[in-house]
Design a protein around this ligand. Structure first.
Ligand code: 5RP
Ligand code: FE2
Length: 222
């Protein structure tokens, strides 16, 4: 299984101090910064867009792992590429008829393509995006309904992670929603290696300890 990537979700940060919150997380040992993009339509919440990514990019060289919970992901590819996004993960539910073009465009703008799936979406729906000649490089398995931080982890989603890990041993598999010290072992043993964690990291008195505990749990899985 690929190495652990711990990605604090900046959704739980103090947005008025985004650059310093980002550098605090990197100092605490974060590998990636997870950026939640919500359009108020695909999900019932509105967050940030390309201008904020562009502003943050001026302050850090870190990998910006962008999770696009938007109805028309193709419209976001060019602005996010220009803004300096590193990963561009779109939802399979929002890309039924244009995922091939999406993947190709994301790559052509220098970003790493990923696909996300909501709890109600069967894992088989992402297989075509992994089996073609231009596959995505990461699958994000939602472990809560997308839209808000601070929700409860859905352990039944681990069946999807296990199925993906069995079929794609070297794939980056990300889990997102309700991850923290009490749920990391379930996710790691199922085969997840990219771990998004918002409230558990930002709510901790020692975020570095939470990050290192989660990394250890993933990297100890054989
Ligand atoms: O995509 C998301 C919500 O749609 C967030 O990344 C996720 O909820 C992280 O927050 P927490 O760790 O608090 O659950
Ligand atoms: Fe997310």
């Amino acid at each position: 299984m690929p190495k652990a990537k711990i990605a604090p979700s900046m959704l739980s940060s103090d947005f008025s101090n985004l650059a310093s919150e980002a550098s605090r997380m990197l100092q605490c040992g974060a590998d990636w910064l997870h950026m939640d993009i919500m359009d108020g339509h695909f999900v019932p919440n509105l967050t940030i867009g390309a201008p904020v990514i562009q502003s943050l990019r001026k302050h850090t060289t870190a990998y910006l792992d962008c999770h696009l919970m938007v109805t028309n992901p193709l419209d976001y590819v060019e602005p996010f590429g220009k803004a300096g996004a590193s990963g561009f993960t779109f939802h399979v539910e929002a890309s039924k008829d244009n995922w091939q073009e999406l993947i190709q465009q994301i790559r052509s703008k220098g970003m790493k393509p990923g696909v996300a799936l909501k709890p109600g979406t069967p894992v088989e729906d992402v297989y075509p995006l992994l089996d073609g000649e231009n596959p995505v490089e990461m699958v994000l398995v939602m472990t809560v309904e997308p839209g808000f931080g601070g929700q409860k982890f859905m352990p039944e989603m681990m069946d999807k992670v296990r199925a993906l890990r069995k079929k794609y041993p070297s794939l980056d598999i990300e889990v997102d929603g309700g991850l923290g010290p009490s749920t990391i072992d379930a996710a790691a043993s199922a085969g997840a290696n990219c771990i998004v964690a918002g409230s558990s990291v930002f709510g901790a008195s020692e975020p570095a300890q939470v990050i290192s505990l989660m990394r250890k749990s993933v990297d100890e899985v054989k």
